[in-house]
Each structure stands twice: as C-alpha cells, then as structure tokens.
Design a protein around this ligand. Structure first.
Ligand code: HEC
Length: 508
C-alpha cells in the first residue's frame, strides 16, 4: 500500500460529457446516540423461520451504503458526506468522518464503501464520492486509514467523470483481493460501449490503485462494459460476481459478471428480444442478464445470503428496491447461474430501500432512502431514514407479516398503467416534483393536441438537469390509448379521448 501515488491518477479520459446545470443542496449531519435495547417493529413468518425487524439506527440522511466489517461493525456512508461505524448489537454509532468536498445533488454524493481485505493488519477504507472542480463533476475513489475512531490520510486512488445522474456506484473486494468498482454511464450513453472511457463499466484495480496485469487489457481498468447505472454489487460464496442495474423505462437487470464481457447498454436493454438487439448481440457477443424486471422495480443494493440462520434465504440474492419499496429474495440455482424464484417482502412498508447487507452474524441489514431527492408519497416519516436489522427469533410480538410471490402483471387499465410506469416521477396525483418532473395535472401538453402527446410518449425527451422523460414505445397501442385517456381525464384535466388508430398511425 505504501507506494500508492499521492497524486490523482490522471486518466486519459475520452468520455463524452453531458453538461448539466446544478444548484447546491444543504444538509445537516446527524448526532450520535447510545441505545442498548433495539426496538422491534415487525415480525415476519417464513416457511419455518420467524423473523424480527429491529430499528438499529434512525434519523439518518440517506444511508447509501452498508458494509458489514470483519470487526462486526456496520460501516455506513450517508449521501451528504458522513461516514459512520455502528455497533450491530447496541446501535451505538460513531461518526468517523465528514468529507467536506462531497458534492451532493439528486443521486450524486458520498456513495460506496468497502474495507481492505486484510483490515486487521491494513486498516484501510475505500469510499467513492462525487465532487465538483471548476464546475466539472468527478467521481472519486478515495482511500483512508482508520485510526482512533476516525479516518485519516485521504489518498485519491482514481478519479473518473461524474454527473448529476448515473454515477453508480458500489465497491467491493474480489476473492483475489482486487478492488471492484461498478460505475454509471455518467448520463451519457455513448460512454458505456467506449473502451477508453471508465464510465458504464465494472473496473478492477489492485489495492494500490494500479492496473492488474491479468485484466482483459493489461493497460486498462475495464473488467466488463456496457452498463447504464449499477446500484448493486456482490460476490457469492462461489466467487461469482453479481450486479443490479437500473433500466430506463423498462428492463431493470440482475447480471452475472464475466471477465471482458459486454452487457449491451445502450443498444441492448434486458434480454435479447428485439431484432436490433439480436444483430448487435451477434456482432459483440453480449451477455444476457440473469433476470430482468418490466415494469421496473428500481433495484438498489444487493447482497448474497449464505448463513444458516435464515435457511429459507440461503443461496439467494437479496435486493433492496427503491420504486417498489421492498426487499426481493431471488433464489439462485445451485450453480448460481440462474434465478429460480422471486419473493417480495415489506412492500410499501418502510419506504424506499437504498442498501442491504448480510452480516457474518446471520442478520440482514437494510437502509431506507426516504430523505433522498424523490421520496414516495407519505414519506419521509418520523425517524427516517432508518437502518433496520432483520434476524431470526422465537417469539412474535406483532401480527406476523408474510412475503408474497412476484406475479407477472397482465392487462392493466389506464390508472394501473399510470401507477406502474409514470407515478414514480409524476406522482400518483399528477402533481410531479417541482423543478424536476412537470405536473401532468393542468399540463398544456397533456390537455393539448393528442399528436404532440403521443409523440412525446413514443420518443421520450431529455429534460434539463439530468432528468429525462423516458420513451414508452414498448407499450401496446391499446395500453397507450387507455393511459393517455386516463391522464387526459384525471385530476381535473378534461381533454378529448384518443383512439388506437391515431397511435398506430403515429408509430408508422
Ligand atoms: C423517470 C421519470 C419519468 C417517468 C417514469 C415518466 N416521465 Fe414524463 N417527464 C419526465 C420529465 C423529466 C419530463 C420533462 C421533460 C422536459 O423537460 O422536456 C417529463 C415530461 C412529461 C410530459 C410533458 C409535461 C409538460 O407539461 O411539459 C408528459 C405529458 C409526460 N411526461 C407524461 C408521462 C407519462 C404518461 C408517463 C408514464 C407513461 C411518464 N411521463 C413517465 C420524467 C418522467
């Protein structure tokens, strides 16, 4: 570790940049507190195991990444720039550091954290955060030394391009002790397929920041390419690497990452099921996801569960989701190469789930994200954001909750389609989010010419400041008709209904 260069490794960046306007957000740091008995808020019955859900920490500000350390402490980043170390038995927490040059906006800020694989002898901590220099956003991998309950000696390992959106970013350490960094495409889709750009990639670095000689190209950090915006990253006990990734309007993905492979973005979304995708796949030998969600669930952190404490979850990927506000248990086959079952827990109960991690103690830890830029209706609630601890117990003190199987959604009416595809941005009551997602209630476009509205829905539109109206051309004519008529006749809107034929003509 000694010869890690003190200076920023200047990369030959050939990424394209999409420039965006920005404003600064203010945030406040939390205070630490002591607790001995954790409050039990729920019980869950699995097939044989009874679970309890306890509040490990509350009043936090978007705990972005949870890492269960060899020291049996939970290492936590808050988006605004604070690093905490939390005792998983008492919930006592210590603030280790506040990074002043963290630039927080929307999904940018202090993001991933991981520890050195030999932490007892080499007490180093790696974090990733966005910063702004001369009005340009960067995403930085920084190393600190843990000493006397604080983090010292900041040393930049690598800096890549950043943006207000699509910065990734999770960190982990591979079984062969390399740093794995899942980056986002920095909101510039041409980056993901570019071999000379480090955005939209899985990067692999030696612990001292140099490029491993056995990378696909020994002169490049790139381990795999073709990603949009990964939010989950984990190794299984078999040494298989998995990611969770946000799709655009459709096709969130769980991927199994192979050395040197291409995962297709922006040409391919989800499975290879379109003619254009088959053509690209044949040329580039792209890899299909293990799993894909449409409508999207917005998967965030993922973890691999291997402990015997909750046998029903053994050999599963556990996924926290933002949009569907749930924990999803994806059962893997024995080889870890396919997902054979999906079960959903805590739907709409705690709000958006930002990260999840399984401890050596057999417990599962989740963090909420209800103070972020896009909270669900009714959130944040008192006590948000929280870190919850899920573990096996013998006695229920609350009415028991159950998981539900994830059934495929079929034939939705206009209101249901709106809830599935539009409400996460424009809100269930059509009022939008000020300055980011326009209100559809009273909108001139919604109430105006059907031609313009259909055009917008088919093609989407890049908005200002890192936001975009996705294209919904994948909706069938009939679905688009009921959706359009729903928004043209809800929340006080009154506009003439459209028929399927207009949509068909517009498409062709
Ligand atoms: C990921 C967030 C997102 C989703 C999901 C989304 N939109 Fe949008 N929408 C936007 C953004 C951002 C804009 C503004 C684009 C711009 O600045 O031109 C927008 C603009 C619009 C407008 C124009 C409104 C106006 O008055 O300017 C309409 C109409 C609209 N969306 C309808 C829909 C419908 C219907 C759906 C669901 C099928 C949907 N949107 C899903 C983000 C979203």
């Amino acid at each position: 570790m000694q010869n890690l260069s003190r200076s920023i490794r200047k990369m030959k960046h050939t990424c394209k940049r999409t420039y965006l306007f920005f404003s600064l957000l203010l945030f406040s740091a939390c205070t630490s507190k002591n607790k001995s008995d954790l409050q039990i808020i729920d019980n869950v019955q699995l097939q044989n195991t009874l679970l309890k859900v306890e509040v490990l920490a509350s009043e936090m500000d978007v705990p972005w990444d949870l890492h269960y350390g060899e020291d049996n402490q939970l290492w936590v980043t808050e988006q605004g720039g604070t690093v905490w170390r939390i005792d998983v038995t008492t919930g006592e927490r210590k603030q280790l550091l506040h990074i002043n040059d963290v630039w927080r906006k929307r999904t940018a800020g202090l993001l991933g954290i991981t520890l050195h694989p030999d932490f007892t002898t080499q007490p180093f901590v790696f974090v990733n955060y966005t910063l702004m220099r001369d009005s340009v956003i960067f995403s930085r991998l920084e190393r600190y030394r843990f000493q006397n309950d604080t983090l010292v000696e900041p040393t930049t390992v690598l800096e890549i391009g950043g943006n207000t959106a699509h910065n990734g970013s999770r960190l982990t350490i591979s079984p062969d002790k390399k740093i794995i960094w899942a980056t986002g495409d920095a909101y510039t889709i041409t980056n993901a397929q570019s071999d000379t750009c480090l955005n939209g990639k899985i990067l692999r670095l030696n612990l001292d920041g140099t490029i491993p000689a056995d990378n696909p190209n020994p002169k490049s950090y790139v381990w795999a390419k073709g990603f949009r915006n990964m939010q989950g990253l984990v190794y299984s006990d078999k040494g298989l690497l998995y990611t969770a990734e946000h799709g655009d309007a459709i096709e969130d993905e769980i991927n199994h990452i192979n050395k040197g492979a291409n995962y297709g973005w922006p040409v391919i979304e989800g499975f290879h099921n379109l003619e254009s995708e088959h053509v690209f796949a044949a040329k580039e030998h792209t890899v299909e996801p293990l799993y894909s969600w449409t409508p999207v669930v917005a998967p965030s952190g993922i973890t691999f569960y291997v402990h015997t404490a909750i046998p029903e979850w053994k050999n599963s990927l556990l996924v926290g989701t933002l949009k569907t506000q749930s924990v999803r248990v994806l059962k893997l086959n024995d080889a870890g190469t396919a997902i054979v079952n999906e079960e959903v827990f805590f739907a709409d109960r705690y709000g958006r789930i930002r990260d999840i991690c399984a401890g050596k103690d057999g417990a599962v830890y989740i963090s909420t994200s209800n103070r972020d830029w896009n909270p669900a209706s009714g959130f944040p609630k008192q006590g948000d954001d929280r870190i919850l601890k899920i573990s096996a117990t013998t006695k229920a003190i609350h009415p028991v909750l159950k998981g539900s199987s994830a059934g495929a959604v079929t034939k939705l009416n206009g209101e249901e389609l709106y809830k599935q595809y539009c409400a996460s941005c424009h809100k269930p009551d059509g009022t939008g989010v000020q300055g980011i997602f326009p209100a559809l209630k009273g909108s001139a476009i919604v109430n105006g010419s059907s031609q313009e509205l259909i055009d917008l829905l088919l093609k989407g539109r890049k908005g200002k400041d890192g936001s975009a109206m996705p294209a919904f051309s994948f909706l069938k004519d009939e679905e688009m008709r009921s959706l359009i008529n729903y928004i043209r006749n809800s929340w006080g809107n009154k506009a003439a209904s459209v028929n399927k034929e207009i949509i068909f003509q517009k498409r062709s």
